[in-house]
Design a protein around this ligand. Sequence first.
Ligand SMILES: Cc1cc2nc3c(=O)[nH]c(=O)nc-3n(C[C@H](O)[C@H](O)[C@H](O)COP(=O)(O)OP(=O)(O)OC[C@H]3O[C@@H](n4cnc5c(N)ncnc54)[C@H](O)[C@@H]3O)c2cc1C
Length: 255
Amino acid sequence: MRATIDGVGEVESELLISADGGGSAVRGVVLPDIRAQYAGYVAFRGLVPEEQLPRAAADLLRDRFTFFEYPRSHMLVYLVAREDLSVAPGSRRYNWVWYRNADEETELEPMLTDRTGLRRESGVAPGMLAPEVERVLREAAREQLPWPMRMLIEATREPFVQAIVDLEVPRMVHGRVALLGDAAFVPRPHTAASTSKAAANVLALVEALEAEPDVTHALRKWEPGQLQLGRYLRRWGQMLGDRSQFPDRGETVQW
Ligand SMILES: Cc1cc2nc3c(=O)[nH]c(=O)nc-3n(C[C@H](O)[C@H](O)[C@H](O)COP(=O)(O)OP(=O)(O)OC[C@H]3O[C@@H](n4cnc5c(N)ncnc54)[C@H](O)[C@@H]3O)c2cc1C
């Protein structure tokens, strides 16, 4: 098969692997009608270097996976590696994620419009939140969060936001094109399993290709288990998210 890749030109190969994320350009070519569905809420996020969080909050949150749940929202906090991947105590970062409902028509639009006035597709990067969105976030934190989380948001220099979406493809194989990871399925983050799903897709593909030299046969054998995994996680994530953010809707997913 032949593919034209920006910055590379035309390439010929036996297999094209599309691992280009939730906004996959390749998926846009093979499945132009598949679109991510907005789930009704966003994740505000931030990272605070360990040494920048005031002592009282740091002592409470350190080395714990902390949840704060209340009706129609929840927040979690956990330590992650520094940018250089160091996990040495004292050099890590507190990572927080605060899920907040946002009406698609009235609230999402301004949240996804960055400080330069550009409407972003699915999120606004650190340092780019519009000042009014950041002001409202900080005010909401002061009003709604317990003190350790309030301190965390106060200590965050550049909060950012991502819209939460559902995305599912009917097929992961299109001729000699294989869609992997978020290019195929975007489960909501509550499963905490999307990265391992992407890795599982790849490992299974390697195994299938090693076992079956004919690429199209290998892809045919590979696809059913990967579709099953993607569908399972997408539904599981939807159930977890809706239960927290929209408890009045009841269980929306049938098992
Ligand atoms: C709020 C939130 C919290 C999350 N928490 C977790 C969690 O706790 N655990 C977990 O497992 N997952 C979590 N996830 C999901 C996880 O981040 C993704 O599932 C994972 O990154 C998907 O990996 P991927 O390789 O498929 O796609 P990506 O990580 O999006 O990688 C795609 C890559 O393709 C590149 N690319 C895109 N287009 C092109 C192009 N045209 N040409 C060349 N390169 C291109 C991009 O630059 C990028 O490097 C979370 C997501 C969100 C939104």
